[in-house]
Every structure is written in structure tokens, then in C-alpha cells.
Design a protein around this ligand. Structure first.
Ligand code: 9D3
Length: 259
């Protein structure tokens, strides 16, 4: 997959694209990311990328021509038309389903918006707008990195363990179960040793019991913290054992709330 990122802050991408799963995807040649400085597509001596808003008001708006020129340059160097994304608070919320859909595109362009806004005529060249959630960022650069990370790990050969991708919590529609590593007993300051002990079942070697405990923990956490994830469709996708555990958990929560 090729990704072109158009930004006024190219420096924000250097380390993140060298690091971790995304860095490895690039190293392995599964992913190529070109970061393009919007100022390189200006034609004036001062490399101006923004201007005041028509109609007045505070803040500057990204000018259309440098963005159009950047898109034309990217298209000229590409075989097929890339899919053009604009990061924007008005966009469709990034979800695992959106990441999966985008991962099927051989070539993405991500235009990074800024706080004050982008000239609306840019939208004539945009296939979709993507938001990463309901909070205010100062620009689209971090959103672009989030999109690249979520999409890159879905490309075959990027994450070492394909199974871990398949088993991912949002794929299964459940939150993760708790994890522990050594030591089994931990003494720390004022925290009681019982509170810091690794659950016995995980030390038992009984793999059927461990699987059931993990399912129970994942379901209990989801019911407690993200009940919105347990839609009818999500419940239908559970296995029989999970549905049985969920029914049990719901029942014990009902009785616990009785006076
Ligand atoms: C004065 C601007 N705000 C008035 C309602 C709107 C606004 C525009 C642009 C708020 C933030 C931004 C900058 N944010 C992004 O470019 C952005 C973003 C975000 O803020 N949250 C979640 N996802 C994204 S994707 C791009």
C-alpha cells in the first residue's frame, strides 16, 4: 500500500513512521509512506499556504491551490486514482470497520487539515472525510498517524502474528481480558499481597479453565465498561460458552442490585 500525507508539519511524522509496527511495515516494503510538505506546492516567494477567511472571523484558512497542486503531483506519479481522505472533525468516525475498508485501497492520500479550516473547494477533490473521535485536536496530523497505524497493522505481513490481529478485541467485539507476567507474588508498599497476586487459575496449567476464565473476564469488563459493544449482532457472534457466561453475568448483576 502507498500512502501520501500532505501536511504543513512534515516533521511530526519522522519518528512515528520509523517506529514500531508501522516502521516495520515500511522496512518490509509492505507499506510506503511519502510525507509531502504543502509549502513545496506553493509558487510564491514566501511559500504561503493560508489566508484570511472570506466573510471575516479569526484564524487562517488553508488555500486551495497548493492542495490542488499537491494532489495533481501525486496523481501524476500514480497508475490508478488514489483514494483521497481529508482529516476533519466533520468526518466519519474512524472505527475498525473503516480501517478495514481503507486497508483494501492500494493508494491513500491523507490531507491534513488545521484548526482554522480548509478552503471548502478542496472537498471537490476528496473522497471521504475522517475524524478520529469527538475531541478537539489542533490539526489533522495526529489523526493521519492514527489512520496509518490502524490501517498498516491490517496489511498482510506487517504484524508478525496474524493471529493476534484476527483475535483483536475490536474484531471480536469484546474488550481484552487481564494479562499478567512474572512474578506471581509481588510485594509493593502499602498494597496488600492478595491484591497483587496473579489469579490462581492462570498458574494451574488447566487450559480449559484458563480459557473460560478469560472469556468471563472479557465479558464482565465489556458489560461493565462498554455495554454498547454488546449489541444483538455482537452477542450472536459469541460462541455458546460465551453466551452462557454472559447470561450468568447479567443474572448475577440483576440479583446484586436487589435491596
Ligand atoms: C475553530 C474550529 N472549530 C470550530 C467548531 C472546529 C475545528 C476545526 C478543526 C476544530 C478542530 C479542528 C482541527 N482538528 C482536526 O483537524 C481534526 C480532528 C479533530 O479535531 N478531532 C478528531 N479528529 C480529527 S481529524 C482532524
Amino acid at each position: 500500500m502507498q500512502v501520501d500525507i500532505v501536511t504543513i508539519f512534515p516533521a511530526m511524522f519522522a519518528e512515528p513512521l520509523k517506529t514500531g509496527v508501522v516502521g516495520r511495515g515500511i522496512e518490509r516494503g509492505v507499506l510506503a509512506v511519502n510525507v509531502r510538505d504543502l509549502r513545496d506546492f506553493t509558487t510564491d516567494r514566501h511559500r504561503v499556504v493560508d489566508d484570511v477567511a472570506y466573510g471575516g472571523g479569526p484564524g487562517m484558512v488553508l488555500k486551495p491551490e497548493p492542495i490542488f497542486r499537491a494532489l495533481d503531483a501525486i496523481a501524476a506519479g500514480a497508475g490508478a486514482a488514489p483514494r483521497v481522505l481529508l482529516t476533519s472533525p466533520q468526518g466519519e468516525r474512524l472505527t475498525q470497520a473503516v480501517a478495514e475498508r481503507l486497508s483494501g485501497s492500494p493508494h491513500l492520500v491523507i490531507l491534513c487539515g488545521r484548526y482554522e479550516g480548509v478552503d471548502d473547494r478542496v472537498r471537490t477533490r476528496v473522497d471521504e472525510e475522517v475524524s478520529i473521535g469527538d475531541f478537539v485536536l489542533s490539526g489533522g496530523e495526529l489523526a493521519a498517524l492514527v489512520i496509518v497505524d490502524a490501517v498498516a497493522r491490517l496489511l498482510p505481513g506487517v504484524v508478525g502474528d496474524e493471529q493476534s490481529v484476527a483475535e483483536d478485541s475490536f474484531n471480536r467485539g469484546l474488550l481484552d481480558f487481564p494479562h499478567f507476567t512474572r512474578p506471581a507474588q509481588l510485594i509493593w508498599d502499602g498494597i496488600g499481597p492478595a491484591e497483587l497476586a496473579v489469579p490462581e487459575v492462570l498458574l494451574s496449567g488447566n487450559h480449559a479453565e484458563i480459557r473460560r476464565w478469560r472469556k468471563r473476564q472479557a465479558l464482565a469488563r465489556t458489560l461493565e465498561r462498554r455495554p454498547d459493544l454488546l449489541s444483538t449482532a455482537a452477542i450472536a457472534a459469541l460462541d455458546d460458552e460465551e453466551r452462557e457466561i454472559l447470561a450468568e453475568l447479567k443474572k448475577s448483576r440483576e440479583t446484586a442490585e436487589l435491596p
